[in-house]
Each structure stands twice: as structure tokens, then as C-alpha cells.
Design a protein around this ligand. Structure first.
Ligand SMILES: C[S@@+](CC[C@H](N)C(=O)[O-])C[C@H]1O[C@@H](n2cnc3c(N)ncnc32)[C@H](O)[C@@H]1O
Length: 251
């Protein structure tokens, strides 16, 4: 577990939730269609869902409202306190656990229908290890859907609107959320994510790069933090989405 990332999210949870006002919804992030529009996950009633890096629980609660049995993992207590209050407000039960998403050992082999994550996996140093664990805990045919920063967006200077770093640069970098401050994230290329999924034994069914020139009325991040500004969104997408499945013949 990276202590500085955990400390940062612990300290920033309240300000993050105040600033972003994220609706209860299965969202994929800034300038992106939500699950109602993308339809990557199918019918959710009765499904066993694990959300990695659930934050304030808006997606976990939305899964539960659709009849799924949900566990939400996050290592920031402030985020989980918000998430528990949100579930109570909506009258649903969600198992919110303070836990590092780099360790899925509490979950049994072949036990989950869906593993979902919105904008949390960029904080992982060893994604291949986690992807292997995701394959282990998914039932055969189970779905792994996640979103995270589009790597090109990360290379873009928001003022000059130019690329300021090689696309090929990977490894740790500053994650700058404007007035909220900054922490550490781990850079990747689209191929790094795709190939890590393949190496983990998952089958990539879909890569979605939502057209960020469109405006989604349910997007709470539009214009936020001096980051998701229209002039930037017109040029580069902030969100990248993967849908992968565990093959039915694999254990
Ligand atoms: C940008 S927020 C996204 C939260 C939520 N998924 C959403 O879409 O609103 C990233 C979240 O990932 C959590 N996180 C990052 N790395 C983590 C780790 N290794 N283990 C558990 N949670 C982690 C942070 O605490 C934070 O709540």
C-alpha cells in the first residue's frame, strides 16, 4: 500500500466530495457516458459485485439500488464514512470495507460476477498483480470493467494545450487535482493496460474512449478543478474504459 496516496485521500475526502457532488449513478468518469448509456455490465439484479476504490460509494449504492449484492473497497476512511452515510440515506446495504485494493485475498476464487472500478487503478503500482487477482476472484464469464485517466490527457498541459511529456514515459508521477492538491499516480500507455489484462488471462471485449467534445448532463466533473475545462475536453478525452471478461474455460 502506498502510504502517501492513502494519507492524501484520507485528508482530501471531505473536500473532494464537497467539490465534486457526484450523483448516485454507475459512472465511468469525466466526459463519459454512464452505465445506462454504455451498457457494459448487463442486468445487475442478484449479481455479486466488487467495487475497487469505491470512494464516496456513489457507484456501489447505485449497484445496490439495482439489486446487486455489493462490496466496496477503499483505503480512505473519510471516503468510506461518506459512502456508509450515502447507503443509509438510500436505504440499501453495501459492505464497505477499509482495505487496500492491491490485496484481494479476502475474496474466494470464482466468487464474483462483476469487478468494477472508476478512477482508482491509476494509483496502483503493480496492476498486473491485481488483474491476476481479479481473474482469480471472478466467476468464469464474469466481467471486469474499469475506467481511469486517459494517458494522453495526462501528457497534456492544460494552459498551453500541448503535449509536454513523451507518451512512452511510465512509472510514478504527480497526480495534480488543482486546488485539492496532489498525490502520486502511476503512468501507463493504453497498450500497457491491454497487455496486462491479456497477461492476467482476461479477454478484452471493449476499449471505450468517450468523445469528450460531447457534454453529459450527469457529469459532475465538467469544468472542475481547472482540469476538466471545455477547451481541453475539445482536444483530448480524460477517460479511458476497459471491459474484459474471464473466459468460461479458465479457473
Ligand atoms: C478518484 S477517487 C474515485 C472514487 C470513486 N470510484 C468515484 O468514482 O467517485 C479514487 C479512490 O481510490 C481510492 N484508492 C486509491 N488507491 C487505493 C488502494 N490501493 N486501495 C484502496 N483504495 C484506493 C482512494 O482512496 C479514492 O477514494
Amino acid at each position: 500500500m502506498s502510504d502517501d496516496i492513502q494519507d492524501w485521500w484520507d485528508k482530501t475526502s471531505e473536500a473532494y466530495q464537497d467539490a465534486s457532488q457526484i450523483p448516485v449513478d454507475i459512472h465511468y468518469g469525466p466526459s463519459s457516458p454512464n452505465e445506462d448509456d454504455l451498457k457494459l455490465l448487463g442486468d445487475l439484479a442478484g449479481k455479486r459485485v466488487l467495487e475497487l476504490g469505491c470512494g464516496g460509494g456513489q457507484c456501489s449504492v447505485a449497484f445496490a439500488l439495482r439489486g446487486a449484492r455489493v462490496t466496496g473497497l477503499d483505503f480512505a476512511e473519510g471516503q468510506l464514512a461518506f459512502a456508509r452515510a450515502l447507503a443509509a440515506e438510500h436505504g440499501v446495504e453495501v459492505d464497505f470495507l477499509r482495505h487496500d485494493i492491491a490485496d484481494l485475498s479476502p475474496f474466494a476464487d470464482d466468487s464474483l460476477d462483476i469487478v468494477f472500478s472508476a478512477f482508482a487503478l491509476m494509483y496502483l503500482k503493480d496492476r498486473l498483480k491485481v488483474f491476476r487477482e481479479v481473474r482469480r476472484v471472478l466467476k468464469p464469464g464474469g466481467i471486469f470493467a474499469f475506467s481511469l485517466d486517459h494517458p494522453v490527457f495526462r501528457k497534456f498541459d492544460l494552459e498551453t494545450l500541448t503535449m509536454v511529456e513523451s507518451y512512452n514515459e511510465t512509472g510514478p508521477a504527480v497526480d495534480d487535482l488543482g486546488e485539492l492538491g496532489s498525490t502520486t499516480m502511476y503512468r501507463y500507455r493504453v497498450s500497457d493496460l491491454h497487455n496486462a489484462l491479456v497477461d492476467a488471462g482476461l479477454v478484452v471485449e471493449r476499449i471505450v474512449e468517450p468523445d469528450s467534445r460531447k457534454r453529459y448532463d450527469y457529469d459532475p466533473w465538467f469544468g472542475r478543478w481547472g482540469v476538466y475545462l471545455p477547451k481541453v475536453l475539445d482536444l483530448v478525452p480524460p477517460t479511458l474504459i476497459f471491459k474484459a471478461v474471464k473466459p468460461s474455460h479458465l479457473k
